[in-house]
Design a protein around this ligand. Sequence first.
Ligand code: SF4
Length: 383
Amino acid sequence: MCVIHTPMRIEFEPAPRPQDISPQDWMDWRWQVRNRLKRFEDFSMHFALTESEIGGLREANQAFKVQATPYYASLAEPGNIHDPIRRMMIPLAEELSDGKQAMSDPLAERKYSPAPRIVHRYPDRVLFLVTDTCSVYCRYCLRKHFTGHDEAFPVRTEYQAALDYIKNQSGIREVILSGGDPLTLGDERIEEILKDLSQIPHLDLIRIGTRMPVVNPMRITNELVSRLKIYHPIFIMTHFNHAKEVTYEAAKALLRLVDNGFPVLNQMVLLRGINDSAEAVEQLSRRLLRLRVKPYYMHQCDPSLGTDHFRTSIRQSLKIQRELWGKISGLALPQLSVDLPGGGGKVGLVPDFLIEKTDSHWRFRGWDGVESTYIEPGYDHNF
Ligand code: SF4
């Protein structure tokens, strides 16, 4: 069995490959794409489905595609209906009800789209939605209004209009390639986009938001990495939600990226019954840090259609963050944030440590209950 041992002896074990699939096929990312589980019958071969899952698979597919790579499906324990991978991958009947704050476009991305495939919400950066395709459709996806509608690469005129927009806005310093998942595109396509962006003088860097290291880590080939690194600086934004997702294959993909000079940052989403505890976040953060991946954001789940059963309360999310605050290092602690529904942008949340505030001083109670005063410059101790 191949196991990666990091210097601190954390083990990363491979996904359980079914006996009838050759290692060559299993490790081929295109094979993983070709053999995705999509239909009710595909899932019922692997899992004893509950009534709620049967309802979800029969109906939810029409509203938001169901799809998973065999690799990702193999990470779920077949007999455990609460398995976190299973919960993120197989829809429940609850997904059919819109929920209390159901929004098809919770971040108002359509409103902030001045050109095809562009979302321009902050002055110095834009999202460029280069494909609507993903290897696995996460049931809590915030972009259900765009993702999974079979419009993979933008048509030529749209692509050119998006590029022209970026070229004509000199205040844009970063382009975030997103979707869908940009790494579902072929190497040539990705290189074409990077080459075009590299001609724009006011851009400082490119980010690629991808879930491929999680759901199809075989995609991070030597060939892909060699093509991408020509266009550095490129930051890779991954989306691991649970320690179970950090397998041997995922670890290999992440190490290949960081060893080739890509800073890798992880954005997780807090999901009820999946990772909504300080222990679950800590476990994931520690595994990622061993691989030199920085736990970056811990997002509040957006009120996208059919996601009420995934959402934690902000109160609970803050409790998780408070528990982690004194327990794990700043490197391991992701920033809790809420993307404001309706398009107000991200808001960072921190536990409330402030007890009292005046012109002269601020009084705090720290994570372990110790109280202390910070005196503003120019005031005495006897304020
Ligand atoms: S990878 Fe991202 S865009 Fe694709 S389904 Fe998951 S959350 Fe949505």
